[in-house]
Design a protein around this ligand. Structure first.
Ligand SMILES: [Zn+2]
Length: 477
């Protein structure tokens, strides 16, 4: 039997680590803070990549690759950028046995090197917009790390675009936020709040940052993707200029946006239960697993014959795993695939072969309630319907969970209670002093100022001054 997973109610953080390791998503690397993504975790990431890449390309973006090493002087060119990233930089000072004239930074993000290249590639308005994405890893030397959620090196995509006008850059920033929202909700079944980050929470060097924020199973928030309008800050720092239609030199307006392997942490914590992972069918490496059941060679050949027919029936439309490993009991296999979050399990034994049926068990509905015998005839349609239903119900369940832990406090006392138990929507005057007081009193931060506001005005939950926007406050990963 596999090791036991710590129940969520006992120790949520231990539960998370147990699931990541026992489901074989990732493991610790010899360098502290680094992570090895194992094949099952990487297959999940590949599905996330494919789902995003399709959306990026459909909106006119192309992929490229920029180098890992960046001259240290580049990072210093944008004042806020260097201030924000300096504490987390890993720097190469020796290479080829020699001390380098100029140290090289292992990229923490690529605005600077891409800005440097864009300055050479953009000449006139005809070169704009420039819409490039890259799939890569970045390094941020974090002191407190957790698998997927915060690691010294992580995988992500970073999109970088340059535009002729501020309006176009803002439209791009918002478009990418909407793409992340669409991906999170429709493919990962993770409901998110789209919003603007406060001044203190925005990206170092950005004019304005937006994020999608999701509620995890322990009611804490996780920033699941970000999109930044960089204004002309990086264009001025790197001289990204173009000649407009009247032959006047203008600065470009740039954006950047990213979503990382951190998102895997969100999928684990939004859907998982005490048995382990529950993966949304659209992203699951295996959407269904067949566990054949037999006692002897004769039964084996009957059952495996039926398994082959089912495999053909389901065809390319379903990502299918047939677990025909010898030396493991059926019960062990059931546990293993439950732990690894496969949405649908098909069981087939000699009796089922004789009756032309198969048992289907849903991962999201444990026990007898989620299990049914269905005829092999018409199985493909049945499986596809069930997968769609699981996808939908995971999303609905997550929406209901978030709603049950979302509060609209009227007083500061209520507010303090609320952030202990989930998300608090509250009027906020926009003053950083109020934000800081909340952080000191409760460890909660402003997650975002939601784009979908209730309308009207109110009084700041902290200082009582008039406020025209609500913010979502929560403790966050
Ligand atoms: Zn205030």
């Amino acid at each position: 039997m596999a090791e036991k997973i710590t129940p969520r109610s006992e120790d949520y953080s231990k539960w998370y680590t147990d699931v990541v390791q026992q489901a074989e998503l990732a493991d610790y690397a010899p360098v502290r803070g680094c992570m090895v993504i194992r094949p099952y975790g990487y297959a999940l990431w590949e599905n996330i990549q494919a789902a995003l890449d399709r959306r990026f390309k459909a909106t006119g973006h192309v992929n490229a690759y920029f180098p890992l090493l960046i001259p240290y002087s580049f990072i210093r060119k944008e004042a806020e950028h260097v201030e924000g990233f300096a504490p987390q930089l890993a720097i190469v000072t020796i290479a080829g046995g020699e001390t380098l004239d100029e140290p090289l930074v292992v990229r923490p993000t690529s605005e600077t090197i891409i800005g440097h290249m864009y300055a050479q590639w953009v000449r006139s308005y005809r070169d704009l917009p420039l819409l490039i994405n890259q799939w890569n890893s970045v390094v941020r030397w974090e002191l407190r790390t957790r698998l997927f959620l915060r690691t010294a090196e992580f995988l992500w995509q970073e999109g970088h675009t340059a535009h002729a006008t501020y309006d176009e850059a803002e439209a791009e920033t918002r478009q990418m936020l909407d793409i992340y929202t669409d991906f999170a909700e429709n493919d990962a079944a993770v409901p998110v709040i789209r919003g603007r980050k406060s001044e203190s929470e925005k990206f170092a060097g950005a004019l304005r940052s937006y994020s999608i924020e999701a509620m995890m199973g322990d009611q804490r928030a996780l920033q699941a993707g970000t999109s930044h309008n960089l204004g002309d800050n990086f264009a001025r720092a790197f001289n990204i200029q173009y000649l407009d239609r009247s032959n006047t030199l203008q600065y470009c307006w740039t954006t950047s946006w990213g979503l990382s392997t951190r998102f895997i942490g969100a999928i684990i914590m939004v859907h998982g239960d005490d048995q382990g992972l529950i993966l949304p069918p659209k992203l699951a490496p295996f959407q269904a697993v067949i566990v054949p059941i037999y006692k002897n060679d004769e039964e084996r050949s009957q059952v495996m014959g039926a398994v082959e027919r089912i495999r053909t029936m389901l065809g390319e439309g379903v990502r299918l795993k047939v677990d025909d490993r010898e030396g493991y009991t059926v019960g062990w296999k059931f546990n293993e695939w439950e732990l690894r979050g496969v949405p649908l399990r098909l069981e087939i034994g000699p009796k089922d072969v004789a009756q032309g049926q198969v048992a289907l068990a849903r991962r999201d509905v444990p026990g007898r309630e989620g299990r049914a015998f269905v005829p092999q005839e018409g199985l493909a349609a049945r499986v596809n319907d069930l997968l769609a239903d699981i996808q939908r119900s995971l999303f609905e369940r997550a929406v209901a969970f978030r709603a049950a832990h979302t509060f609209y406090p009227k007083t500061y006392d209520e507010f303090r209670q609320a952030v202990e138990n989930g998300f608090a929507w509250a009027w906020w005057c926009g003053d950083e002093a109020c934000e800081n007081r909340v952080k000191e009193d409760t460890k909660a931060t402003t997650r975002c100022i939601p784009l979908d506001q209730p309308g009207g005005t109110g009084r700041c939950i902290v200082c009582g001054r008039p406020a025209d926007e609500m913010a979502v406050f929560a403790r966050a990963y």
